[in-house]
Design a protein around this ligand. Sequence first.
Ligand SMILES: Nc1ncnc2c1ncn2[C@@H]1O[C@H](COP(=O)(O)OP(=O)(O)OP(=O)(O)O)[C@@H](O)[C@H]1O
Ligand SMILES: [Mg+2]
Length: 355
Amino acid sequence: MPTVDEVKTVLSQVIDPELNNNIVDLGMVKDIHIEAGDVTITLALTVKGCPLKNYLKEQTQAALFAIPDVENVTVNLTSMTPVERQALKDRLSPAIQINHIGRLVGVMSGKGGVGKSSATALLAVALRRQGYEVGILDADVTGPSIPRLFGISGPVRSVPLGMLPVETHTGIKVISTNLMLKEEDTALIWRGPVMSGTVKQFWKDVLWGRLDYLLVDLPPGTSDITLTTLESFPLSGVILITTPQGLSSMIVRKTVHMSQGLEVPILGVVENMSYFIAPDTGARYEIFGPSHTLAVAEAASAPILGHLPIDPHLAALADAGQIEQYEHSACTELAQAFAAALPPIEPAPAAPWVR
Ligand SMILES: Nc1ncnc2c1ncn2[C@@H]1O[C@H](COP(=O)(O)OP(=O)(O)OP(=O)(O)O)[C@@H](O)[C@H]1O
Ligand SMILES: [Mg+2]
């Protein structure tokens, strides 16, 4: 006769694909009755109309029939009570149990418009091409541009335990306020604390699943959101995006001081718009003059991870929502330098909301 432990062991291999966790750990398995070769269990779905109910029932039946000596299987479906659901949500929320995030990395710049979102997207694309699971948390709540670069739109789907990110064509998971709005061009007029709260929610209420790298595209400068993220997210570190210009470098130094003050490691500096290669002659031009990036990297005690050229083809693809089609050796090299500076680690359960 099968034992309760045997039943639990096989059922712990039945995964709820939406929550990325097994039905035993999710507390869905109730009332296990065994009589000779007859096994009866009750499966408590998170909500009554759960779209996965047939799938979960079939998987459960198949798992139970795989136990030797099991002859009959009955799976009764019920749903969790609001109290149980809330308890599960609380237990799982800060996405602690569900999300396994390898490395969480902020992308910062002092000044706006230096190509931070473009660089974040290009890095994500290049890491994805190298086989990593990648996500982008668009923390630029009032100026979100990540969905547009990838040509993706919402709405974000919510399941009882959180929000599901939208996937790009190559499978990069994205969350952004732009994916929540009915009209993409609706202006969000929010005060600082509301914006910071939204970014916190993106961290703790989004079901990211298993990711090697989660990149956080921060708004420019040293705003509330950036401060909140640096203070509260369990970041592995930040990368700084700059352009060769002196002013940009001066402002990025402020960002360096902010990160250092909050003891968040600066993993490296990326210089965007470094040079331009004339398509007709192949000549190389340093449009913004000689670079100040080395000085920035020295101030940050961090390596330069890459130089991205000014490329009208990139701008055109970005405008068309096709940034995933952009290919340039500079992006591949950037991703390699990044992964070398911050090697992938086995994704662990997301750390709790620390402060
Ligand atoms: N290397 C590049 N070559 C050509 N165009 C670029 C490059 N980098 C960025 N751009 C263009 O510059 C503009 C600003 O880029 P992006 O939105 O990435 O900057 P940002 O720093 O994220 O801006 P913000 O501060 O508003 O968040 C975009 O139109 C983008 O397509
Ligand atoms: Mg941006």
